[in-house]
Design a binder for this molecule. Structure first.
Ligand SMILES: *[C@@H]1O[C@H](CO)[C@@H](O)[C@H](O)[C@H]1NC(C)=O
Ligand SMILES: *[C@@H]1O[C@H](CO)[C@@H](O)[C@H](O)[C@H]1NC(C)=O
Length: 274
């Protein structure tokens, strides 16, 4: 298939190279140094995004960064549904959320076990609804430095032309420190996305946005990460899929968060009852 989900790309890769102990090295070969890649796109390297988290899976005895995610409440995180499917859902005990630093694998980060997970019932590969709500065991202590939440109750105008910033660590080398990248995008009209870019699976609950930066596009490991208004700190979308990993100047599909406001609220309430 001509489409790409970052985590699936990694899963297939790992399966193919199951005996190759240097997987992580191989995955990391195309990674530009993060400091170099921040440069022009991003004057805000030191800006904190206290709601950004890494979704991690423990499948072979060690934690592995799977995806990005965003804190939306004291015990809740949003990420893409495909992040927790390999292809069947991971067990709760295998999942954790890591936050508290924009540098992944730094000393300042904290790990939060996941105790609840609600995958959107409509989720199917390339059929939209790529969203999952995770509940963590311990409450995040909001100080807006290490931890904070992002406002998700915002409607992004349809029709395109809105500048937005994607936050992600991209391809991660196991255990290595890496700074968050800010990757610029601009939303594009659904019709243009469909006709000009052949995103034939685009649904009305997705945002199509094109990469406008001068370095990497969205990469493996970026899935589920937040597309935001970096000034107002509004959550617009979560990275779902693209055509080719890391490509510059290409469109990507993001789960349109404004479509899920009621679902998110209802599921949070429901999960808190148990
Ligand atoms: C850890 O956090 C402290 C205080 O917020 C900060 O001064 C320090 O630079 C951080 N260290 C790392 C490795 O991010
Ligand atoms: C959006 O970003 C582009 C650069 O990618 C810039 O030229 C343009 O002025 C921005 N538009 C707005 C409304 O900020």
């Amino acid at each position: 298939m001509d489409y790409w989900y970052s985590l699936i790309a990694i899963a297939l890769f790992l399966r193919v190279n199951a005996d190759d102990i240097n997987n992580e090295e191989v995955l990391a070969t195309n990674v530009e140094s993060s400091t170099a890649s921040m440069g022009r796109d991003t004057e805000t390297v030191s800006t904190r995004f206290p709601y950004i988290v890494s979704i991690q899976g423990n499948t072979q005895g060690y934690y592995k960064h799977l995806c990005g995610g965003a804190i939306i409440d004291v015990q809740f995180v949003l990420t893409a549904a495909h992040c927790v499917m390999t292809p069947t859902p991971l067990e709760l005990a295998q999942l954790s959320v890591v936050g508290g630093s924009n540098t992944l694998n730094s000393d300042n980060e904290t790990r939060f076990p996941v105790i609840g997970m609600k995958i959107h019932p409509g989720f199917k590969i390339l059929r939209g609804h790529d969203i999952v709500l995770l509940r963590v065991k311990t409450k995040f202590q909001f100080d807006n430095v290490q931890f904070g939440k992002i406002n998700y109750k915002v409607v992004i105008r349809r029709g395109g032309g809105i500048n937005a910033t994607f936050l992600g660590w991209g391809r991660m080398k196991q255990g290595h420190k890496k700074d968050l990248d800010l990757v610029p995008f601009q939303t594009i009209n659904d019709e243009v996305c469909l006709k000009n870019h052949k995103f034939i699976f685009l649904t009305s609950s997705e945002i199509c946005a094109i990469h406008t930066g001068t370095t990497r596009g969205a990469c493996d490991g970026d899935s589920g990460g937040p597309l935001v208004d970096a000034n107002k700190q509004f959550l617009y979308g979560l990275l779902s899929y693209g055509r080719k990993a890391c490509q510059m100047g290409k469109p990507y599909a993001f789960t349109r968060i404004s479509t899920y406001g009621d679902w998110i609220r209802d599921e949070m309430n429901e999960m808190l009852l148990h």
